[in-house]
Design a protein around this ligand. Structure first.
Ligand SMILES: C[S@@+](CC[C@H](N)C(=O)[O-])C[C@H]1O[C@@H](n2cnc3c(N)ncnc32)[C@H](O)[C@@H]1O
Length: 200
């Protein structure tokens, strides 16, 4: 059985209906945040975008959004959805840990939702380095971290606020952090929304 760092692991979940994370709509925390806060327009990367609901939402809000996922089933579904809506968004089938090779200092923003908790926790430092590398200096990194709890198997692997603060310090500083009002019911109280700024 492939581990979480291999696309086959995720493809298997997508094809046998093991995709319990699927909301069928954009993340409520993202919708809420963008209603209240105007982040400047520009190119936004969405790592581990799944079927692309958040990418499409960002596009509808005027961002040039690009979704990345290494599971072919996810990218195919996301492209089909974009085509049906006639939205000019890009989806790339790709391992997010390779993004710095082609996208150094490229993006104005990154939206993170349920990718950080899906990767092998041993690769979290690499994840932070990669996200910092693809953002332009001064770029924003908006994340809704889930599941905020101490223990549990995975994926999703649990996320602690203290770990987030420690891992993102250095390349990023926190501008805002709050518990979102809107979550899907089963995730209520387990989400933490953080807006970071790339410091260099
Ligand atoms: C828990 S799902 C969440 C999907 C989406 N963010 C959502 O909220 O519906 C995690 C996604 O990350 C993708 N993923 C995990 N590790 C990845 C990697 N190293 N590179 C690209 N995609 C990855 C998986 O294929 C899967 O689609």
């Amino acid at each position: 059985m492939a581990g979480v760092s291999a696309p086959e692991f995720w493809t298997d979940l997508y094809t046998r209906g093991g995709d319990g994370w699927e909301l069928g709509r954009p993340a409520p925390a993202l919708v809420e945040f963008l209603e209240a806060t105007r982040l400047p327009p520009g190119r936004v990367a969405v790592p581990g975008c799944g079927r692309g609901h958040d990418v499409l939402h960002l596009s509808r809000r005027g961002y040039q959004a690009v979704g990345f996922d290494f599971a072919p089933a996810a990218i195919a579904a996301a492209r089909a959805r974009a085509k049906a809506e006639r939205l000019a968004v890009e989806f790339e089938q790709r391992d997010i840990f390779t993004l710095d090779r082609d996208y150094a200092n490229t993006f104005d923003g990154v939206w993170e939702y349920t990718c950080f908790c899906a990767i092998d926790p041993a690769r979290r430092a690499e994840y932070v380095r990669t996200m910092a590398a693809i953002l332009r200096p001064g770029g924003w990194f908006l994340a809704c971290f889930y599941p905020i709890r101490q223990r549990g198997g995975g994926p999703p692997f649990p996320v602690a606020r203290s770990e987030v603060r420690r891992r993102f310090a250095g390349p990023f500083r926190i501008e805002r952090a709050e518990v979102p009002f809107r979550s899907v019911e089963r995730r209520l109280g387990q989400e933490w929304m953080v807006l970071f700024r790339k410091t260099c």
